[in-house]
Write a protein that binds this ligand. Structure first.
Ligand SMILES: [Zn+2]
Length: 435
């Protein structure tokens, strides 16, 4: 229990732990807060305030109860922003007030103590000025990462990197579908296929809708000593009829095409849209591997790319028959075979619709797995196939349409091969695969 002072004057005991102060020149006129968004990842809750202009602000934390206070000079909260509905992640409640007439105060009541980091972002793409406050739950980090999977040293580890996320939607389709959601959907399915099969092991660089910086995606695979890096995306083009899948690897020189160059610029801009504090970038992790190993990596990435194109061609058209090359930041810093897969075009209305459907996602994930597996057969670092390919073992959550899509066979053929099967599918049940 506290002292009498505690009861009477709670603020007296409140320790100000950290203050982040940001000042923007010319930010002396009123700035409107036009939108408030929350994103939660395993180790971070992100609050994003959209602003009509840059602002001068202070952020500090208070204890007992734990909270974070954001003061915005000359700030105005737009009418219609229901702050109370916005809480989530590490934040139990969010409210606003005016300690002084010219200061807009936003208070985050926390579930538990979090450290924080705050920064301003300049307008980028369709985004206006933004103030970003990241709440970090450090004790959760190891748990969150390792909860994905037990990884042993001898495992052949595949890092699947769903592009974009959170503040960064990636390409946006004509009907409003986001690349980030398509990428995550396919990546999750691919992870499930790989881990159920058991020959390889897979983990995701992000498991939900939040942004992970390009630097962290790379660091994630380096720390885990991954063997292969697959970044999953969906494309955009001015021409609405552009369609099909493409596979890119890192180029040490220029891009292999104008399209590749433009694409690399777009993908590399993810950190700007996703909201990375440029001042926090660690230059040591930006290294490019220009020493030994690069030739090997490029050669292997190219082989992997060819195997993926061959498999993807079976389940839909290719946009390009050759493995493209461009200077993707996310492929640059990993020292392992790494490819970026554009699974289709968000800007093509037919493909936009299909890419959101679970059977299409499963079909693409299945194809990526077959391509990876074919590449693996030729990679001496990879364990050999142990499973009988003519038998499919039913996994949790499976249905006949899903299995058929994954294996790229028809439901009718699957049924014909397994005529004695009756009743619902059982986990572990063996089905004959139509050849
Ligand atoms: Zn992308």
């Amino acid at each position: 229990m506290g002292t009498a002072f505690h009861g009477l004057w709670p603020t007296v005991r409140l320790g100000i732990i950290t203050i982040i102060f940001g000042w923007s020149p010319g930010a002396d006129c009123a700035s409107g807060v036009t939108d408030v968004r929350f994103w939660y990842g395993p180790d971070k809750t992100r609050l994003v305030l959209e602003l009509t202009s840059a602002v001068t602000y202070r952020v500090f934390s208070l204890e007992d109860p734990e909270r974070i206070v954001i003061d915005i000079d000359e700030g105005q909260l737009d009418q219609g922003i229901g702050l109370t509905k916005k809480a989530g992640g590490a934040v139990a409640r969010i409210r606003s007030g005016r300690p002084e007439p010219r200061i807009l105060r936003i208070v985050l009541d926390l579930q538990k103590r979090s450290t924080f980091h705050a920064f301003l972002l300049d307008p980028s793409g369709s985004y206006p000025h933004r103030l970003v406050i990241d709440l970090l739950q450090r004790e959760n980090r190891e748990e969150a990462d390792s909860s994905q999977l037990d990884i042993r040293e001898e495992d052949y580890l595949v890092v699947i990197d769903p592009g974009h996320g959170g503040e960064d939607p990636g390409a946006v389709g004509g009907s409003g579908a986001y690349e980030k959601d398509v990428a995550l959907g396919i990546a999750r399915r691919l992870k499930r296929i790989i881990n159920w099969d058991g020959r390889l092991r897979a983990i995701l660089t992000r498991t939900d809708d939040y942004y992970v910086s390009l630097r962290r995606r790379v660091a994630f695979s380096m720390q885990r000593k991954a063997d292969v890096f697959l970044s999953v995306h969906a494309d955009a083009a001015q021409r609405k009829t552009a369609e099909g899948a493409s596979v890119y690897i890192l180029s040490t020189g220029g891009a292999s095409s104008e399209m590749g160059k433009w694409l690399a610029q777009r993908e590399n801009a993810a950190d700007l849209a996703g909201g990375v504090d440029i001042g926090q970038q660690d230059p040591s992790l930006q290294r490019t591997l220009l020493d030994m190993g690069l030739d090997w990596k490029i050669r292997e990435s190219h082989d992997l790319g060819l195997a993926l194109l061959e498999a993807l061609e079976q389940v839909g058209g290719l946009h390009s028959q050759t493995v493209g090359r461009a200077g993707f930041a996310v492929l640059k810093a990993v020292d392992i075979p790494a490819v970026l897969i554009e699974t289709g075009f968000m800007t093509n209305p037919t493909q936009e619709k299909a890419l959101q459907q679970e059977l299409t996602q499963e079909r693409i994930a299945g194809a990526i797995y077959r391509g990876l597996s074919a590449y693996c057969d030729r990679d001496e670092r990879c364990p050999s196939r142990t499973r009988n390919e003519s038998v499919y073992v039913v996994a949790p959550g499976d249905s006949l349409p899903l299995i058929a899509a994954r294996l790229d066979v028809s439901v009718a053929d699957l049924k014909k091969q397994n005529p004695t099967r009756s009743g619902p599918l059982q986990i572990g049940q063996k089905l004959k695969v139509p050849q």
